[in-house]
Design a protein around this ligand. Sequence first.
Ligand code: BJW
Ligand code: ZN
Length: 271
Amino acid sequence: VKPQPKSDLAEFREVFSKAKHIAIITGAGVSAESGLPTFRAASGHWRKWKTQDLATPQAFSRNSSLVWEFYHYWRELALKAKPSAVHLAIAECEARLRQQGRAVVVITQNTDELHRRAGSKHILEVHGSVFRTRCLSCGDVDVNHNSPICAALEGKGDSDPNCPDADIPVGNLPRCDEGGCDGLLRPDVIWFGETLDSHVLTKVEKELDACDLCLLVGTASVVFPAAMFAPQVASRGVPVAEFNIRPCSSTSPSTFYFQGPCAETIPLALA
Ligand code: BJW
Ligand code: ZN
């Protein structure tokens, strides 16, 4: 039987001090410290929908206006948010360890770019970014931080359940400006039922195989394939340290478990 994860910070710090290649897997709990709602908490609902209802290609083809309103809401929240103490501690850790010839990679499920804004350099965004668009006609992917992303979404996207849907005509939603293409744009994120970008996944696999310490921070670990990343590392006998506000589950593959808000635990762990 697998022993229960340990919560001994001094022992973790000992392992951390020797690690040369650290993979940090992050989820919505890290951005919760920047005030962004997580996906599976009650606060994660938008109007009367859950993420599972909106983050699908079917939802987008059925009602592109509604899904764009949701992503407009997200983009505006993320633009206003500031990187938290967790984002900053992770970025500082990467810079400090780089001086010592040690590597840190952030493997994030978050699409809000807060790790990047905190100064992390080596980031793999496995679920894409809400600040990129992809054209449904020509496939062009573009970086886009405009606020709002198009005139029709100005003032839309209120999360209140009583807010009426904007029903924006599809011609007024974000459109491709690539050489007269004018195709409908979608957020360049990974929705349920879609496969992750194979180039990104290949890089993730390399990092998971190379790391000698893995941190799992603020994720429910229920969405595949990302939910398998830490167990995959643990199965090689490499230590995994989990940081989450919820209590440790009996099936946790982790070696270490630090329960509490990650803005409190992570800066201490990585100092
Ligand atoms: C704190 C904290 C604080 C809070 N401090 N901690 C079985 C095997 C394989 C696949 C499947 C399967 N069954 C079903 C599937 C398909 C599906 C899936 O996994 N579904 C599950 C729900 C069961 N997966 C997919 O469809 C994926 N594609 C795929 O598998 O392709 C192959 C395939 C296709 C078809 C069929 C089968 C296989 C794609 C998944 C894409 C997920 N996309 C989203 C939306 C992205 C766009 C956007 O940002 O809007 O990604 S969903 C959403 O969940 C988002 C997140 O990145 C992701 C993970 O959420 P996360 O980060 O864990 O957040 P929460 O809110 O769930 O948890 C927060 C955690 O933080 C909690 O634990 C809190 O306790 C903690 N916390 N505050 C510390 N202050
Ligand atoms: Zn196009």
